[in-house]
Design a protein around this ligand. Structure first.
Ligand code: HEC
Length: 344
């Protein structure tokens, strides 16, 4: 089962900054065709992704939001659901400009928040082009562009460069999506194996990754040491495991050392003691650890002093003393240790 994978916003930002490396086109800006060689590269870089059919869309997939196509002059003049995107000679009535000018957090702002944005020099050129009555097939010079507009146009990469960078960007996005899909698919067998014993207890953390999380909470005391061993098919993929209030003891906890990627671990209300923490002390990615209501003592806590990534540690109703916590905090700086109501 291959899920639809969204392009993470940060990748889109990387794409944007790639496009900012504006190596200036060889042709003098005054000689560049106003629409074909100046406006098109702007719209291709910032808008086509959501306003073009498959052939012109940098993603290779048809996406025409708001019924608006921005890849031909006719389509731009016709506009989408609302009104013409550009009206010759009338910037005020051209809703593409209106949308670009809206505050970034406005739902109607274009391009949507998190996507590569229109920059000032690009906006200047777009506005000029509309005022100049949408010239097509004319050079900047012949369309009457003044010096400052020609200078702004000179900062816009050629359409060829934009195409190449977008192709590279979407190839990377495609490759990472394929990699993710393969990683998820490889886990399907192991997941169903585990799910046979424990239905609804195992799953991916999110649709955007291949990390796994397991929870035994609904099984409570029925979940025993030997059950933990049954997670071995997925132990390398687990980043979270909730064993709170189960029958886990030190014997079972030994299996935790085979889950090196664990970030979040709940052992609250279990039979774990200082001895069981041996299995945890090497889990260097651990960020959250809940030992609330266990028999853990100062000696156990001292075993955890190498867990430098720990941000949150619950020790309420354990045998740990405030002095030991002070000591621990010197080793694991920035860790928030919760000792219950009377803590700090
Ligand atoms: C990431 C996707 C995305 C990008 C990139 C994007 N848009 Fe949009 N656009 C949308 C969506 C979604 C809608 C429909 C919802 C709405 O009207 O806000 C829309 C609607 C519009 C509309 C209103 C159309 C109508 O008549 O209703 C305009 C105008 C517009 N976009 C212009 C632009 C311009 C110009 C750019 C580039 C500078 C751009 N968009 C980039 C997603 C995008």
């Amino acid at each position: 089962m291959i899920q639809k994978i969204r392009i993470p916003a940060f990748l889109a930002m990387v794409g944007g900054s790639l496009l900012l490396l504006e190596s200036v086109a060889a042709k003098p800006a005054a000689d560049r065709a106003a629409y074909e060689e100046v406006i098109v590269p702007i719209l291709r870089a910032k808008c086509y992704q959501c306003h073009a059919d498959a052939a012109e869309n940098p993603s290779g997939k048809k996406k025409i939001k708001g019924q608006l196509v921005l890849t031909t002059l006719e389509a731009i003049r016709k506009g989408g659901d609302e009104a013409p995107a550009a009206v010759a000679g009338n910037v005020e009535e051209s809703i593409m400009i209106e949308r670009i000018m809206l505050p970034h957090d406005d739902d109607e702002h274009m391009p949507p928040e998190g996507k590569p944005q229109i920059e000032e020099h690009e906006l200047k050129v777009l506005e000029w082009w509309i005022k100049a009555e949408l010239p097509v097939g004319k050079s900047m010079k012949d369309a009457g562009a003044p010096a400052d507009i020609i200078a702004a146009a000179g900062k816009i990469p050629s359409d060829e460069e934009v195409k190449n960078k977008l192709a590279q960007f979407f190839a990377e996005v495609g490759a990472s999506a394929a990699k993710l899909a393969a990683a998820r698919q490889a886990l399907e067998g192991p997941i169903s194996q585990v799910a046979e014993s424990f239905p609804n207890a195992i799953g991916f953390v999110s649709q955007q990754d291949s990390d796994l999380t397991f929870t035994a909470v609904s099984m409570r005391k029925d979940f025993k040491d030997e059950d933990l061993a049954k997670l071995s098919p997925v132990s390398g993929g687990l980043v979270g495991i909730n064993l709170g209030a189960t029958s886990i003891t030190d014997a079972g906890a030994a299996n935790l050392s085979k889950m090196p990627r664990l970030k979040r671990l709940w052992l609250n209300g279990t039979g774990i003691t200082d001895a069981g923490l041996e299995a945890i002390k090497g889990l260097n990615d651990l960020e959250y650890l809940n030992l609330y209501g266990t028999e853990v003592t100062d000696a156990g806590l001292s075993k955890l002093s190498g867990l430098k990534n720990l941000k949150k540690l619950y020790l309420w109703q354990t045998k740990v003393t405030p002095g030991a916590v002070e000591q621990f905090k010197k080793s694991v700086q920035g860790c928030d240790v919760n000792m219950g109501i009377k803590s700090e």
